[in-house]
Design a protein. Sequence first.
Length: 148
Amino acid sequence: MNIKIYTDGACTGNPGPGGWAAVILFENNRKEIFGGEKLTTNNRMEITAAIKGIEYCNEKYKKKDSLKQIKIYTDSLYLKEGITVWINKWEKNNWKTSDKQNVKNVDLWKKLKKLTNSHSVEWFWVKGHSENSMNNLADELAKRATPI
């Protein structure tokens, strides 16, 4: 089965109250999930959206063989590059950046990597606030989920 997940995160202030959202497309269906935190960052919400989207798929399709491929669409280069490129270097360097600083959001990166290791996941960057209706919907839901 092929699944598409459109993710987004939002934050009022950075740090500040934030929201995350995932729009999941599967079997001609659409599921919208979202949530928020009172004190967070935009980057944490971006990663959380991807985690929650994959977790939803894991719950919905408990048999691993029924999950063939997940395509995740994000407007966050931090999320896409972090999980596809930087994470291997961070792990190799004991979760330090190239300038020897601690990697931010390590707890979420580790969780996301573990989730993606059990599936075939492809990552795609989409331009935010453009003509991509599913990305725009994820953005709207993430903003709506942000606590006031």
